[in-house]
Design a protein around this ligand. Structure first.
Ligand code: FAD
Ligand code: SF4
Ligand code: SF4
Length: 365
């Protein structure tokens, strides 16, 4: 029997697509969401002047092009591999098993909502499911920094939402190099897409993707550019210095900045459009549809998180955290879930519009 070339000599499908193609198709046209996936897995790509850049000879190995979530992404193919089926029309939040409202126990003051993202990572670490957790912390000026956390204290130190883009996936490179065998990650839907692509595609690149053990995804409608948000809104409109800010939040259509004296400053969310990160435009994913477990704010009461368990890993983790008393649970209201579904559907509409405008053709939702 004659074997197909690919069976005989397994080689990556995108072998001839190097950084030049990635730059041309994704980075230069501002479609890049700065997830950090290409920077994490290619030793020749680094983060230079706030974007991925080639710092060494490019042998056209195709790895960066293959794993970037913005070059091509076929959701039906990904869902079939991950869940064994594709979504139905009435599943705008993606495929999930259980939707609940949950809250970390004891209540975590520094958390953005119910502190469930933090509690799940702590449970995963204490149970041995992961040996490190990649989390996105911040300094006093609200500049983001990735932390490879190895203790519950370090995981807790990163609680709270930073509404600025960060290439968090890049830290997977350091975690792999440091020898961690079971890496946990929490992040935005685009970051989860990059890592899930890395785990699911059949391309024969081997760099330790099996050591990525857990993906906790956040809900996300949009994210912002640090300089634009701090200069334009925080300093420009509110007259605050970033170090004076205690918390950022988006609630009931308002973007709110709470200063350290407890005073709230707010604008309608539409007024933040000039500060939105351009790469968020062609993004359809509101609820981290490819995560093991997703956590968001919409749908639950203040101080609680909406949780969607999706995979065996996510279901077990959430169940174990509940059994260990690390989270308390109550039903998520039909009204709350309907709101989350409407927002998810709205994000898909925006994606379709922006994709046409920005000539994005490789992402199929
Ligand atoms: C940019 C952004 C936009 C969001 N938009 C929405 C939205 O529109 N609707 C909604 O319901 N929820 C949204 N969320 C999710 C929400 O803000 C909370 O993160 C979520 O409800 C979990 O809350 P928690 O209390 O369980 O998390 P916590 O226990 O406080 O943990 C939060 C975790 O988020 C991670 N994190 C914080 N900032 C970033 C970042 N910039 N990039 C990657 N990881 C980060 C940290 O590592 C931390 O571990 C958004 C989150 C982000 C980061
Ligand atoms: S979207 Fe992510 S993987 Fe693609 S070019 Fe940007 S940082 Fe790299
Ligand atoms: S809107 Fe999309 S691209 Fe932007 S941070 Fe959220 S998930 Fe990433």
């Amino acid at each position: 029997m004659i074997m197909a070339a690919k069976e005989k000599f397994a080689e990556p499908t995108y072998l001839e697509y190097g950084f030049g193609e990635l730059e041309h198709k994704v980075i230069k046209p501002d479609i890049c969401c700065r997830c950090g996936t290409c920077e994490a897995f290619c030793p020749r790509i680094d983060h230079v002047e706030n974007r991925p850049d080639l710092v060494n000879y490019d042998p056209l190995c195709g790895l960066c092009f293959t794993y970037c979530p913005r070059t091509f992404l076929d959701m039906a193919a990904m869902e079939s591999k991950l869940f064994g089926r594709t979504r139905k029309e009435d599943e705008p939040l993606g495929i999930y098993r259980k939707a609940v409202a949950a809250q970390a126990q004891p209540v975590l003051e520094a958390a953005q909502d119910g502190g469930v993202a933090t509690a799940l990572l702590i449970e995963a670490m204490q149970s041995g499911m992961i040996d490190c957790a990649i989390v996105t912390g911040r300094d006093d000026e609200w500049r983001t920094e990735t932390i490879i956390a190895t203790s519950p204290e370090e995981i807790r130190s990163a609680a709270g939402t930073k509404y600025t883009i960060h290439n968090s996936v890049m830290a997977v490179k350091d975690a792999l190099e440091s020898g961690y065998q079971k890496i946990g990650f929490v992040g935005t839907p685009c970051q989860i897409q990059g890592l899930r692509k890395v785990k699911l595609l059949d391309e024969p690149y081997q760099f330790g993707q099996d050591r990525i053990a857990l993906l906790v995804g956040l809900f996300c409608m949009e994210n912002f550019d640090y300089d634009a948000l701090m200069n334009g809104l925080v300093k420009g409109k509110f007259g605050l210095m970033p170090k004076d800010v205690d918390r950022f939040e988006i609630k009931k259509g308002m973007f709110r900045v709470i200063d350290k004296a407890g005073k709230a400053h707010e604008v309608k969310i539409e007024e933040t459009d000039p500060y939105t990160f351009p790469g968020c435009g062609p993004c359809f994913d509101f609820a981290s549809e490819l995560a093991d477990v997703s956590v968001g704010s919409v749908g639950s009461a203040d101080g609680w998180s909406t949780v969607l368990t999706r995979t065996d890993v996510g279901e077990k983790l959430y169940g174990d955290a509940l059994a260990a008393g690390l989270v308390a649970e109550k039903a998520v209201s039909e009204k709350g879930l309907a709101l989350a579904k409407r927002l998810a559907a709205g994000k898909v509409e925006r994606f379709l519009l922006k994709s046409e405008e920005m000539k994005v053709d490789g992402i199929i939702r």
